[in-house]
Design a protein around this ligand. Structure first.
Ligand code: ATP
Length: 324
């Protein structure tokens, strides 16, 4: 392997730039050529490449988003699209790629690898932390800090007006952001898809909380939670059944995906980039770099895609004790 490409694909997350920087600098260190692919698989199909050297990635470790841009690309889902991508890679003498993205991006890479025996390694970049084979995905830690900061601010206004706030956070089908940020921000209730305890329990808990003298309440709702159909319907339900509260809703939205990456995400991205390039040079392929017990590990990409992450039961218990 003499030339490696790097791309970001799917939804962006803080830490992607730090990972690009790491891949590029590792290639420079090992005297391998490196190419940046713009706009994910779309740019691969179009041959939108740029030669990268150690200086191309100056001053990006602290930036959210991705300098290479990201895209969703339907053409890459077709054999014809992937053939065009392969032709472009061959034309540019690229013989392996590192893809930073989520499970969709990994699925595309895996199919591409199977069709063309093309070496690929994945780096998990998503705030949702929903990828099997790693305890942390790039961007998760930053998103938690962003959510906690936002809830701290909401709490100031909530307690000034004795209000109940439902705060919806991202996380897709899993409750990792909600649970961790909920504990970190001292939420009264955390509603996650993994633990549906029903609306009755929520009402009971809110009643208890009011009786015990709490002036405000923050309920964190994971976007994938099914207890109410959505956070606004939850508000209506509580207003109807528990008129003692003045209820408000705050949907944090895309701010959770932006901002400078936390130190943890920068360090993790730097480590993962080195591991990805070194693994390719060792002849490894079709793997995802992950972290477990603070050690980097490689997981077959197929397992990473198909596996399910588990919610931290111990943390659920801690959150229950904290809301006493
Ligand atoms: P996020 O977790 O933020 O959604 P993701 O990587 O899962 O990130 P997707 O939109 O699912 O995001 O996938 C990104 C791109 O990967 C798609 O736009 C498409 O180009 C490619 N891709 C996804 N699934 C497949 C597939 N089954 N076959 C080929 N390519 C795919």
């Amino acid at each position: 392997i003499t030339k490696i490409a790097v791309l970001t694909s799917g939804g962006d997350s803080p830490g992607m730039n730090a990972a690009i920087r790491s891949v590029v600098r590792t290639c420079a260190y090992l005297k391998i050529a490196c190419v940046g692919v713009y706009r994910g698989y779309q740019g691969m199909i179009e041959g939108d490449f740029k030669d990268m050297d150690a200086r191309s990635v100056n001053n990006i470790i602290n930036k959210g988003g991705t300098i290479l841009k990201s895209a969703r690309c339907d053409d890459f889902r077709t054999a014809e699209g992937r053939k065009q991508a392969h032709d472009q890679l061959l034309k540019a003498n690229i013989d392996a790629f590192v893809v930073i993205g989520g499970d969709g991006s990994f699925t595309g890479a895996m199919i591409f690898n199977q069709e063309y025996d093309f070496p690929i390694i994945g780096i998990p970049g998503t705030i949702d932390n929903d990828i099997f084979g790693t305890t942390f995905t790039l961007g998760f830690d930053t998103a938690l800090n962003t959510v906690v900061e936002a809830i701290d601010k909401i709490r100031d206004t909530a307690s000034s007006h004795n209000r109940l706030f439902f705060v919806e956070v991202m996380g897709r089908d899993v409750g990792h952001i909600a649970l961790n940020a909920g504990v970190g921000a001292g939420a009264e209730e955390i509603l996650i898809p993994e633990e549906n305890r029903g609306l009755e329990r929520l009402l009971e808990s809110l009643k208890r909380s009011k009786k015990s003298g709490k002036s405000s309440s923050i309920v964190i709702v994971a976007e994938g939670d099914k207890i109410g159909r959505n956070v606004f319907e939850l508000k209506e339900y509580v207003e109807e059944h528990l008129p003692i509260y003045d209820v408000r809703v705050s949907v944090l939205g895309h701010m959770q995906r932006g901002g400078p990456p936390s130190c943890y995400d920068r360090v993790l991205a730097s480590r993962m980039g080195v591991k990805a390039v070194e693994s390719l040079l060792e002849g490894k392929t079709n793997l995802m770099v992950g972290v477990q017990d603070n050690k980097l590990i490689l997981t077959p990409i197929e397992k990473a895609i198909k596996g399910h992450t588990k919610i931290d039961k111990e943390l659920i218990r801690v959150s229950e004790i904290m809301t006493t």
